[in-house]
Design a protein around this ligand. Structure first.
Ligand code: PMP
Ligand code: GLN
Length: 379
C-alpha cells in the first residue's frame, strides 16, 4: 500500500528506550520523569471517578478547568483568553499540535519549522499535504538566522512552528527573538504554532516568554501546553491549547471528529489541582536542582556543557572524546557502557553534524548519580 508517511520510522524515543531496556542501561533518553506524580493529584482523579464523572465531557473541556487555564495564562502572560471560546483541553500537547496543523494546513501550504524540531510536527504537516520548510538553528548554541526565516516566507506560508523552552537544545527564546518574530509576522496571515510544553521549567535568570504575551503574536498564535510535563504524569496525556476565537473555532471542528473530548475525571482533578499555583510555579526550582546536580556530577569529565536554560534536557558535547557521529556514539554508550541518551542530529536536517547528546535529568538523584558514574568512566 502507498504509505502516507513514507519517511516515518519508529520514533527515536521508542528506539532508545527499547535499547535501554534490552541492555539494562540507565535511561536518560526519552523525556519522562522516573518518579511519581503527586499522590494528592491521583486521589483527585479517583475522587472524580467515584463521584461519577465517567461519561463524556464537553468538547472544549469542562468549564472549571478552562477557567483555571485562562486564569493561569492571564496571571503569567497578561493575556486574557475567553474561557468560552478560546481554550480547548486536549489529549496532551501532541494532540493540540496535531489539531492545529490539521485545522489550518491545506494541501500545498508551506510550514516553516525551526530545526532541530520535536518529531511530531513534520509528519502532521505531511499527513495534511503541507510542505515542510525547514530553517536550521545554527551552531552549538542554536542561534536563529532571522534573515533566513524571512527569506523562506512566501505567499504559500501558512504557519510557522516554534518551541520555547526548546527541546532538545534547552534554550529559552529571548525577548529580542520574540519581538523579532512579532515584527516579521506583522501584516502577514501566517499562523504561529507555539509549542510551550516546558513553560514552567526555566532556570537561573531566564524567563519563559509566551507568544500569548506579545500582542502581535497572540493575535495569530495557537499556544500548546502539557500537563504531563508540568505534573510528572506524561502517561496521562493531558494538555491544552489557547488561541483567538477565530482560530479556536476551526480547531474545535477538528477536535469534534477526532476524539470529541478528553478524559473527564482527569479534567475534574486538574481543575482542582490548578487552584494551587505553587503546584506549577515551583517546578523551575525543582528541576534547576536536578540540572545543577547533574552538572556538578559530570563537571570533571571531558564532556563540555552549557547549562540548559530550560526544559528537563541537558546537552553534553563529546567532541573532545571521539570523532564518532552522535548516532553511533549514543548507541555505543548504551551497548558498551549502559547509558541511554538521545543523539541531537535526529531532530535536525540530514547532514547536520552535532557532537552533542541529549540527557533527560527528570530522574531520581540515584539515577543521575548512576548516569554520572558512567559518564566519568567514558571520559
Ligand atoms: N512538544 C515537545 C517539544 C515535547 O518535548 C513534547 C513531549 N515529548 C510534546 C510536545 C508532547 O507533549 P505531550 O506529552 O503532552 O503530548
Ligand atoms: N517529548 C519526549 C522527548 O522529547 C518524548 C515523547 C515521546 O516519546 N513521544 O523525549
Amino acid at each position: 500500500l502507498p504509505s502516507k508517511l513514507p519517511q516515518s520510522k519508529t520514533s527515536i524515543f521508542t528506539v532508545m528506550s527499547q535499547m535501554a531496556q534490552k541492555h539494562n542501561a540507565v535511561n536518560l533518553s526519552q523525556g519522562y520523569p522516573n518518579f511519581e506524580t503527586d499522590e494528592h493529584l491521583k486521589d483527585l482523579v479517583t475522587k472524580a471517578m467515584k463521584n461519577g464523572y465517567n461519561q463524556y465531557a464537553p468538547l472544549a473541556g469542562i468549564p472549571e478547568l478552562r477557567e483555571q487555564i485562562v486564569k493561569k495564562v492571564e496571571t503569567l502572560h497578561a493575556h486574557a483568553y475567553d474561557m468560552k471560546t478560546e481554550v480547548t483541553v486536549t489529549n496532551g500537547a501532541t494532540q493540540a499540535l496535531f489539531l492545529a496543523i490539521t485545522a489550518f494546513v491545506h494541501r500545498g501550504d508551506e510550514v516553516i519549522v525551526l530545526k532541530p524540531a520535536y518529531d511530531s510536527y513534520e509528519p502532521a504537516i505531511e499527513l495534511n499535504g503541507g510542505k515542510i520548510v525547514p530553517v536550521q538553528m545554527k551552531g552549538k548554541d542554536f542561534q536563529i538566522d532571522w534573515k533566513e526565516v524571512e527569506e523562506k516566507i512566501s505567499s504559500r506560508t501558512r504557519m510557522i512552528i516554534i518551541n520555547t523552552p526548546h527541546n532538545p537544545s534547552g534554550r529559552v527564546f529571548s525577548r529580542e527573538e520574540m519581538e523579532h518574530l512579532e515584527k516579521l509576522l506583522k501584516g502577514t496571515g501566517i499562523i504561529l504554532l507555539s509549542d510551550e510544553v516546558y513553560e514552567h521549567i526555566v532556570f537561573d535568570d531566564h524567563k519563559h516568554l509566551s507568544a500569548s504575551s506579545f500582542a502581535g503574536l497572540a493575535e495569530r498564535a495557537i499556544v500548546c501546553a502539557s500537563f504531563g510535563k508540568t505534573f510528572h504524569n506524561t502517561g496521562w496525556k493531558m494538555g491544552y491549547c489557547v488561541a483567538p476565537e477565530i482560530l479556536m473555532k476551526e480547531i474545535q471542528k477538528v477536535q469534534e471528529v477526532n476524539v470529541f473530548c478528553v478524559n473527564h475525571p482527569m479534567q475534574k482533578a486538574f481543575a482542582e489541582y490548578l487552584q494551587t499555583p505553587s503546584h506549577y510555579l515551583d517546578l523551575g526550582k525543582f528541576y534547576q536542582a536536578k540540572r545543577d546536580k547533574f552538572l556538578s556530577l559530570v563537571k570533571d569529565t571531558r564532556f563540555r556543557m552549557e547549562p540548559a536554560e530550560g526544559t528537563y534536557f541537558q546537552l553534553l558535547d563529546y567532541s573532545e572524546l571521539t570523532d564518532e557521529k552522535d548516532v553511533d556514539f549514543s548507541q555505543r554508550l548504551i551497548t558498551e557502557f549502559g547509558l541511554a541518551s538521545i543523539p541531537v542530529s535526529v531532530f535536525s536536517l540530514p547532514g547536520e553534524d552535532h557532537r552533542q547528546l541529549r540527557f533527560c535529568f527528570a530522574k531520581t538523584d540515584e539515577t543521575l548519580e548512576k548516569a554520572a558514574e558512567i559518564l566519568m568512566k567514558v571520559s
